[in-house]
Design a binder for this molecule. Sequence first.
Ligand code: HEC
Length: 110
Amino acid sequence: MKRTILTLVSLALILVFAGSLLAAEKGNSRKGKYTFRKGCRDCHVEGGKAQEMSPANKTQAQWDTVFAKDKYKEFPCKAEWDKLTPEDISDIYAYMYEHAFDSPSPAKCK
Ligand code: HEC
């Protein structure tokens, strides 16, 4: 009996741990939306310094390319990206990806 409980408890711990790892890797799309609005929308709006940017401007595959490792170093705005933590960047990635043009829930408007 004691062993069963022990096994169940360790299983539960493993699940929680694995779950948080996955979440960290995927990023938090709600936080990403916030971070994007705070740090990127200044320029990436209609009539701004850069082209308007919304998750629905690109497909999921295109966002994959944009957020591929260190790809942003080629963007004119890499200084803005450098201000962010890797976590912030993966949050923005999650936001873009989940609401991409070909996603199940594309972003409608701003
Ligand atoms: C100071 C203004 C400014 C800020 C702030 C800024 N950008 Fe940019 N960004 C630019 C300019 C200028 C370009 C190049 C012209 C263009 O693509 O519109 C660019 C290009 C890009 C591109 C490449 C264009 C494409 O469609 O593939 C991406 C992606 C991008 N920015 C994302 C971001 C993200 C994410 C943030 C927030 C971390 C951000 N930008 C913040 C000015 C800015």
